[in-house]
Design a protein around this ligand. Structure first.
Ligand SMILES: *[C@@H]1O[C@H](CO)[C@@H](O)[C@H](O)[C@H]1NC(C)=O
Ligand SMILES: *[C@@H]1O[C@H](CO)[C@@H](O)[C@H](O)[C@H]1NC(C)=O
Ligand SMILES: *[C@@H]1O[C@H](CO)[C@@H](O)[C@H](O)[C@H]1NC(C)=O
Length: 209
């Protein structure tokens, strides 16, 4: 009976697809559907979820974290705001997270600390993002590509990025960087390392005051 029941639940879980979305090969795609709410009945075995170009202003932690097999999550071009702390709590397989073109304001250690498999993190084009706390990525040691271009950052502690042993690519252009010794330290560290600065470093990264 238990076996039968779990088979039924598994089958329903596998064939269900939110009506606004298309589901294929463990990928659920809901791009540009004007969604204001996180879609329900997403198959639990989903590995890729694309929610780009909608109107989501928040992500429900409970529903999201049922998707514990997720490796790719694209929430770009929504209106996600406030802080996302305690949103990503058990997505330990997540490798790719795109939160660009949203309305994030702050990143803290709690925001991404549980995403220990994360390799790509896109936070660019969040015009309200004014603060990335020191050690925000301390638990994301596999991070290879981080993009915080075109935000409203004036400051980032050098150690926040320097202590990422696998970082290969960093986007920091077009922020209103405050040019004090801390920023100069970041600039000289960046010049020393082999890290690729996406965008044109000399042109994009300038101090606003
Ligand atoms: C973005 O966030 C700011 C500050 O929290 C808020 O005033 C604004 O209304 C938000 N914009 C959108 C489009 O949600
Ligand atoms: C850091 O990541 C590990 C998994 O690598 C996890 O067990 C731990 O809870 C995380 N720490 C915090 C404070 O989130
Ligand atoms: C540089 O400015 C930032 C932001 O105002 C500040 O947090 C940091 O401590 C400053 N660094 C130095 C060396 O004054």
């Amino acid at each position: 009976m238990v076996v039968l029941l779990s088979t039924i639940i598994w089958t329903i879980g596998s064939i269900s697809c939110p009506k606004e979305c298309t589901c294929q090969y463990l990928t659920v795609s809901c791009t540009g559907k004007l969604l204001e709410e996180f879609p329900t009945i997403i198959p639990l075995d989903t590995k890729q979820l694309v929610l780009a170009e909608n109107k989501l202003s928040y992500l429900p932690s409970l529903e999201l974290n049922f998707l514990s097999d997720l490796i790719y999550l694209d929430c770009s071009s929504n209106t996600l705001g406030k802080d996302l702390d305690f949103t990503f709590v058990s997505m330990i397989k997540l490798i790719y997270l795109d939160l660009s073109f949203n309305n994030l304001t702050q990143v803290t250690f709690g925001t991404f600390s549980q995403l220990s498999s994360l390799v790509v993190l896109k936070l660019s084009d969040n015009p309200s993002l004014v603060e990335i706390e020191k050690d925000s990525f301390a638990n994301n040691t596999l991070l290879r590509h981080l993009d915080v271009s075109r935000c409203s950052l004036m400051f980032i502690d050098t150690s926040t990025v320097r202590d990422l042993p696998n970082l290969k690519r960093l986007g920091i252009g077009e922020n209103p960087w405050f040019c004090n010794c801390s920023f100069m330290e970041l600039c000289s560290w960046l010049k020393e390392t082999g890290i690729t600065i996406s965008g044109e470093f000399e042109k994009d990264v300038f101090c606003s005051r």
